[in-house]
Design a protein around this ligand. Structure first.
Ligand SMILES: [Fe+2]
Ligand SMILES: [Fe+2]
Length: 251
C-alpha cells in the first residue's frame, strides 16, 4: 500500500532533521564537560546519527524519487540555530560547573533536551501508527521512538544530578520548556519541511510552518499528546533528587 503523502513528507523531513542532529552532541559535550558525561553524550550523538542514516536508507530503497543529497545540500545552507554559540568559545562561570550555552545553564540545556527527546519520541510513535500498513517503516519508527524515549530518560537523570547539586530551578525549567516548544516553529524545522517538499518558491516561514503543522497534526493523536504532557510534567514536578538514588541512576 502506498504511503500517504503527508506521512511520506514527515519521514523526509525527519531524515533531514536527524541528519543534522548529531551536530548538537559536540555542543552539549562542551556545555556539560565539567560533569564528565562526555562518553554518554558522544554515544547519544552517535545514536542520533544512526536515526538519520536509517531514514535515508529507507527512503533510498522505497522512495527513489526523493533526492536526499540535493535536499540536504539546500538544507545545510541554512545556519544551524545554535551557530552563534558554536563558533566561539562557550562561557563557563568561574568556580561553578555550570556552562552557559543556548539556554543559559546546565539545567536549562538539559530541560531543553528533555523537551526535544519527548517530542521526538512522540513524533516517531505517531509516524509508526500512521505507517502501520508499511511494516518496514512501522518497525523503523518504533525503534526510533524507543531510542528517543531512552534519550529522554538519560537527560532526565542528568538533570536530576545537576538539580541535586544546584537545587531545582522550576521557574527556569518552565521558561526553557516554553522557549523550546516555541522553537518548534523556528526556521530550522520548518525549512527542513519546505526542502523535503521540493519547494522552489520563496520561503515563507508562516506559510510553510502552517503547512508543516497541519501535516504533523494529521498523525498526532491523543496518545502522543498525553505522552509528551506526562514526560514534561515529570520534568517540572520531579521532587528534589537524593544522592543515593542518583548514584544508582547514573551508574
Ligand atoms: Fe533521533
Ligand atoms: Fe534522541
Amino acid at each position: 500500500m502506498p504511503l500517504p503523502h503527508h506521512v511520506s513528507h514527515l519521514v523526509r523531513t525527519a531524515a533531514l532533521l536527524e541528519s543534522r542532529a548529531d551536530r548538537y552532541a559536540d555542543y552539549l559535550v562542551e556545555v556539560l564537560r565539567p560533569r564528565g558525561w562526555t562518553l554518554a553524550l558522544e554515544q547519544w550523538g552517535r545514536e542520533e546519527a544512526t536515526h538519520g542514516a536509517s531514514l535515508r536508507a529507507w527512503l533510498a530503497e522505497h522512495e527513489a524519487g526523493f533526492e536526499f543529497a540535493a535536499c540536504m545540500e539546500r538544507y545545510a545552507a541554512l545556519p544551524y540555530h545554535d551557530a552563534p554559540h558554536r563558533g566561539g568559545p562557550l562561557r563557563v562561570i568561574d568556580g561553578d560547573d555550570s556552562s552557559c550555552g543556548v539556554y543559559g545553564s546546565a539545567q536549562g540545556e538539559l530541560v531543553a533536551r528533555c523537551v526535544v527527546e519527548a517530542m521526538a519520541a512522540a513524533y516517531y510513535q505517531a509516524l509508526a501508527a500512521a505507517a502501520v500498513d508499511v511494516p518496514s517503516l512501522h518497525q523503523l519508527c518504533r525503534r526510533h521512538a524507543a531510542d528517543e524515549a531512552r534519550h529522554f530518560s538519560l537527560f532526565a537523570r542528568m538533570l536530576a544530578a545537576v538539580r541535586h547539586d544546584e537545587g531545582t530551578r522550576r521557574g527556569e525549567a518552565l521558561a526553557v520548556m516554553l522557549r523550546r516548544l516555541a522553537a518548534l516553529n523556528d526556521a530550522q524545522i520548518v525549512y527542513a519541511s519546505y526542502v523535503a517538499g521540493g519547494s522552489r518558491g520563496a520561503f515563507d516561514l508562516r506559510v510553510e510552518g502552517r503547512r508543516y503543522r497541519a501535516m504533523v497534526l494529521r498523525v498526532f493523536g491523543r496518545r502522543q499528546v498525553r505522552f509528551v504532557g506526562t514526560l514534561l510534567a515529570r520534568v517540572l514536578t520531579a521532587p528534589e533528587p537524593r544522592r543515593r538514588a542518583l548514584a544508582f541512576a547514573l551508574a
